[in-house]
Design a protein around this ligand. Structure first.
Ligand SMILES: Nc1nc2c(ncn2[C@@H]2O[C@H](COP(=O)(O)OP(=O)(O)OP(=O)(O)O)[C@@H](O)[C@H]2O)c(=O)[nH]1
Ligand SMILES: [Mg+2]
Length: 359
């Protein structure tokens, strides 16, 4: 429905769609509520914004005073290139995978619902760091009430399934439904960057200038998707050491009517683990940026990571939190017309660029 919203509202909404940080999102929601035109056409949206403000405030304020049970806050601030949620039915191998990839020593056990709290850990793919968050299982009768909120900061999900378990497909359908009710959508849309179905070996990279304009942009989306968290999802078929039948993957994808990019892995033997980082990096279009100070060589060991489409201003706000508006210009080596070219804050950086920020 056209609601004739103000430019201020549009700006806050666009920023809201961009950020995954819960505290920033809360500020932006308040700004949206302040700037939304108050008339009949926006009543629904106003109510939705208020609900999200309440939910986020409760989640961010942690345990309530005088509450019977004190629970820690379950939202984990995203670190590294991207936050990835580990989700799936009980006992499917999420925690052993977490442990193998991040060295977390996450508790694993041969019975369901071992994991009860979110556990973050970092894993490296080449020089790109991903944050992997182990989460409790979802089943028909159990889903931690805080789980949907804990998935808000994520950029993608690994849906871990054990095809040796009877009822695996039904479980996946239930998980998708239960999360969708809470507006967490496990989508198979990776903006064309990953093929659907079983992936054996890494797919050939797309044309290098993979246009970042695939998929619906913020302006094309209807209001209803505003508070949906769309998580591009990889289907991870676990325990491949116990046998692995590619045909079963096809049957599963057909039954759940999704074309998730799918990999078979074994956390026990390590088979297939290498491909996860590579697929996430390609799927999320993570690019690396190096920085330098004037007159000094660049720091080439630890890149900053951003997403393709990000600008010089985005890098500045990551490095100089709260001081990004002080950025005057940057010099870029790599994707500029010539090395050391002076560029503005809106310049779109590319993988491997070296930046010199002038504040
Ligand atoms: N053979 C084999 N067993 C595995 C593999 N991954 C996990 N397991 C076993 O499967 C059982 C469950 O593993 P967990 O990692 O605890 O599973 P989970 O999905 O975290 O379970 P919940 O936290 O209860 O949801 C344990 O006995 C693991 O040793 C694997 O790759 N191969
Ligand atoms: Mg677990």
């Amino acid at each position: 429905m056209p609601t004739n919203v103000s430019p201020e509202y549009k700006k806050a909404e666009a920023a809201f769609r961009q950020t995954r940080d819960p505290a920033e999102r809360l500020d932006l929601l308040r700004e949206m509520l302040k700037t939304i035109p108050k008339h009949k056409g926006t009543e629904h949206l106003q109510a939705d914004i208020k609900t999200r403000i309440k939910e986020l405030t409760a989640e961010l304020s942690g345990p309530q005073k005088g509450a019977v049970r004190t629970e820690p806050t379950h939202v984990i601030r995203a670190e590294g290139a991207a936050q990835i949620s580990l989700i799936g039915p009980p006992n499917s191998g999420k925690s052993l995978l977490h442990s193998r990839l991040t060295g977390s020593q996450a508790e694993t056990a041969p019975y369901p619902h071992t994991t009860q709290a979110p556990l973050p850990g970092m894993f490296m793919h080449n020089d790109v760091q991903f944050q992997l968050v182990d989460l409790p299982a979802v089943s028909a009768d159990v889903m931690a009430p805080w789980l949907p909120n804990a998935m808000q900061p994520a950029h993608a999900a690994l849906l871990v399934v054990d095809l040796h378990e009877a009822g695996c497909m039904e479980e996946v359908i239930i998980i998708r439904e239960r999360l969708a009710e809470k507006r967490i959508v496990l989508t198979d849309d990776w903006s064309g960057r990953l093929p659907g179905g079983l992936i054996e070996g890494l797919p050939e990279p797309e044309s290098p200038e993979s246009d970042s304009d695939t998929g619906p942009g913020p302006d094309d989306e209807a209001d209803e998707t505003l508070f949906h968290t769309l998580l591009p999802t990889l289907l991870v078929v676990s325990k491949s050491d116990l046998g692995f039948d590619p045909d079963e993957v096809d049957v599963m994808l057909e039954l759940i009517e999704m074309r998730y990019p799918t990999v078979g892995i074994s956390a026990e033997t390590g088979e297939g683990l290498e491909s996860l980082g590579a697929l996430l990096r390609r799927g999320l279009d993570v690019i690396r940026i190096y920085t330098k100070v004037p007159g000094k060589p660049p720091e080439m060991k630890r890149p900053f990571t951003v997403f393709r489409g990000d600008t010089v201003a985005d890098v500045a706000s990551m490095i100089h939190r709260g001081r990004a508006q002080d950025l005057r210009f940057a010099k870029v080596w790599g994707s500029g017309k010539f090395d050391g070219q002076q560029v503005g804050v809106d310049f779109m950086i590319d993988d491997g660029d070296i930046l010199e920020l002038h504040m």
